[in-house]
Design a protein around this ligand. Structure first.
Ligand code: IPE
Ligand code: MG
Length: 228
């Protein structure tokens, strides 16, 4: 979800106004995905690198997270959506952690879609913690080095209960991954759009999905094998 700051600047507003307007796009996208029958939606809301932004902006983003969680619990319940989070959650202010855990707890039996918020998330950091956890298991003879495979690595990532990414959408015209789900996007289809996140609406999502549907996912095979 990129482009909040530029959206605000274009209209002569403070960056924080861009973030506020971005929350509307979040609600629209979450509801649209649930209606489409998408099983898992992961939103990159705040990266490990975003902590380096000006203090006031970080504070505003945290406040917005708390108020959105309070406000949107209703949307989640009405749409049978389960909330999940990935990232180094311990780094979030305690009030945000509390609110987050409360909504996760209240929505834990919802089953239509899993909405994952990536908060204080960095893929490299995720991989580092996985390597440490696996090393500890080897050291304590819980597993042997030979046991380490892709399944074991998956089980130690924050995304252990999520499927691999099928489609990754980045808004605002940037064509980077920026430390997002590096392991999990190995075979994802990437979609970049110039639309700034606060302008993102259902039809933009449908355009991305229609584009995805036209692609042939070969997973290393040849076209004829896929069509069998
Ligand atoms: C995305 O918008 C929101 C977050 C990263 C929290 P940006 O804040 O990155 O907006 P730009 O890139 O400055 O326009
Ligand atoms: Mg940005």
């Amino acid at each position: 979800m990129d482009g909040n700051g530029r959206w605000a600047k274009q209209q002569g507003f403070l960056r924080t106004i861009g973030h506020e307007n971005g929350t509307k796009s979040v609600r629209i996208t979450v509801e649209a995905c649930a209606k489409l029958g998408i099983e898992a939606l992961t939103l990159y809301a705040f990266s490990t690198e975003n902590w380096n932004r000006p203090k006031l902006e970080v504070q505003t983003l945290m406040k917005l997270l708390i108020s959105s969680l309070k406000k949107e619990i209703k949307t989640l319940q009405e749409n049978n959506i389960k909330l999940n989070c990935i990232g180094n959650i311990d780094k979030l202010p305690s009030s945000a952690q509390k609110q987050l855990l409360e909504v996760i707890e209240k929505t834990k039996t919802n089953s239509r879609m899993t909405l994952t918020l990536a908060l204080s998330y960095g893929s490299r950091e995720e991989i580092v913690q996985a390597v440490k956890a696996i090393s500890d298991k080897v050291k304590n003879n819980i597993i042997s080095t030979d046991d380490i495979d892709e399944v074991i690595i998956n089980q130690h990532l924050y995304t252990q209960n999520l499927p691999d990414v099928d489609l990754l959408i980045r808004t605002s015209g940037e064509t980077r991954i920026s430390n997002f789900l590096l392991w999990q996007i190995a075979y994802a289809e990437l979609y970049f759009t110039d639309v700034l996140w606060p302008d993102f609406r259902e039809h933009h999502l449908y355009e991305a999905i229609a584009d995805y549907q036209k692609r042939e996912r070969r997973f290393g095979k040849i076209s004829e094998q896929i069509k069998l």
